[in-house]
Ligand binder design. Structure first.
Ligand code: PMP
Length: 411
């Protein structure tokens, strides 16, 4: 363990997240639902506050002072995101309202343009609905087919199967960086290399990757990387689509409206350059400024050390949960991060979650917007504990104790 990790003070980090100080049902809050959304540090909350208190204004169109200040801050945020994910150019960063919108944008823009009748779109068995349904919808529209890469019982993608699945009909493969149910870290570079050898585009759903890995889109080698701000300590309603400039430039716009145009007349419209071509309408300027504050916060606290610390807590949780009789993990990949899913044999995940909630412990239960994955494992749902840079081993001990209470009551 390097010095920075040894010096990582979780107490200091926790002090940055006031919500964690709360008592829930007379118990100190234990928040293990970070995969759904992370809590926000004071710096992010203050940055959003400051925006509304001092420079709230619409961007890109005003001549006045506030509009210029807001535009500068918004464009600075774009640069900050580009640096955070090592994008070659900041114009490749498109602000959306989240992962879901980013995927819908790419899917809809490619429909009819790249995707035509008889083509195929490849997703995987472990995808979130956000990376299935938009593709299904555009496939239906253009007469293309959705194909699925299978996974093993331990929750790893059967990457070898890509050799036969990636035929010349496949136009794009869209897959999770990290599974929101299994925690599996997919071999992004290997998949992208296989796809690109065959001229197939790649979209990586980074919703769960962005908060648990340092992301370098150039070294990952993908064509599109998408994520949500709210899962990385930033406000809700913010998200990013990163795409290679050459691709984004050739793709048609997704939504029409203000900002995305160059010249409008009733006989026809020409479009703005990227990124604006894909940013129709007024964006969540305050939220994007909050996203910039979240990136600054992660940089200040040394994100790499924070992740190593978090990994230690997650490993501790995994080993501790193993001791609970009747607990079965769903997903046991060699490379995993962020989330641990399990079922207590015989107990419905919802009942387990409710009993934990009565002890102030927040976990997620259900299908986690991954119903095909639940079908794959023939289960109705799981209990999911998901981790963050502010969780502690003491909290893990409380989770284990809480689960023992649930097991006693339910089994
Ligand atoms: N993909 C994955 C892997 C996710 O975990 C989530 C959020 N649970 C999404 C997509 C959708 O993210 P959002 O709701 O922020 O658009």
């Amino acid at each position: 363990m390097d010095l920075a990790v040894m010096q990582y003070s979780v107490d200091k980090i926790r002090a940055d997240f006031p919500i964690l100080k709360q008592m829930i049902r007379k118990y100190p809050l234990v928040y293990f639902d970070n995969g759904a959304t992370t809590q926000k540090p004071v710096k992010v909350i203050e940055a959003v506050d400051r925006y509304y208190l001092t420079i709230n204004s619409n961007i890109h169109r005003g001549v006045h002072y506030l509009s210029n200040e807001a535009t500068d801050a918004f464009e600075q945020a774009r640069k900050r995101v580009a640096t955070f994910i090592n994008a070659p150019e900041s114009r490749e960063v498109i602000f959306t309202k989240g992962t879901t919108e980013s995927i819908n944008l790419v899917a809809n823009s490619l429909a009819g343009f790249l995707l035509k009748e008889g083509d195929e779109v490849m997703v995987t068995e472990m995808e979130h609905h956000a990376n299935i349904v938009p593709w299904q919808m555009v496939c239906e529209r253009v007469g293309a087919k959705l194909k699925v890469v299978p996974i093993s019982d331990s929750g790893e993608l059967l990457v070898e199967s890509l050799d036969s699945l990636l035929t010349e009909r496949v136009k794009i493969i869209a897959f999770a960086h990290v599974s929101n149910v299994l925690g599996t870290i997919n071999p992004v570079q290997e998949i992208c290399a296989k796809a690109h050898e065959r001229g197939i585009l790649t979209l990586v759903d980074g919703a769960q990757g962005i908060a648990h890995q340092t992301v370098d889109v150039q070294s990952l080698g993908c064509d599109f990387y998408v994520f949500s701000g709210h899962k990385m300590y930033a406000p809700m309603g913010t998200g990013v689509l990163w795409g290679k400039a050459s691709l984004l430039e050739s793709m048609p716009p997704y939504q029409g409206g203000g900002e995305m145009i160059d010249k409008v007349s009733f006989t026809g419209t020409t479009y703005n350059v990227i990124p604006y071509k894909f940013e129709a309408g007024t964006p969540d300027v305050g939220g994007v400024i909050g996203l910039m504050a979240a990136i600054d916060y992660l940089t200040e606290i040394d994100f790499g050390s924070a992740l190593e610390y978090e990994e230690g807590v997650m490993h501790y949780a995994y080993e501790s949960l193993k001791q609970i009789e009747g607990l079965r993990f769903i997903g046991d990949a060699k490379r995993r991060t962020g989330v641990i899913s399990f079922i207590l044999n015989g107990a419905h995940p919802y009942d387990v979650g409710s009993i934990l909630d009565h002890q102030g412990i927040a976990v997620r239960t259900g299908h986690h917007c991954a119903q095909p994955l639940m079908d794959r494992f023939a289960i109705p749902g799981t209990v999911r504990a998901s981790f963050s840079i502010y969780n502690t081993r003491e909290e893990v001990d409380k989770l284990v104790a809480g689960l023992k209470v649930a097991a006693n009551m339910l089994l």
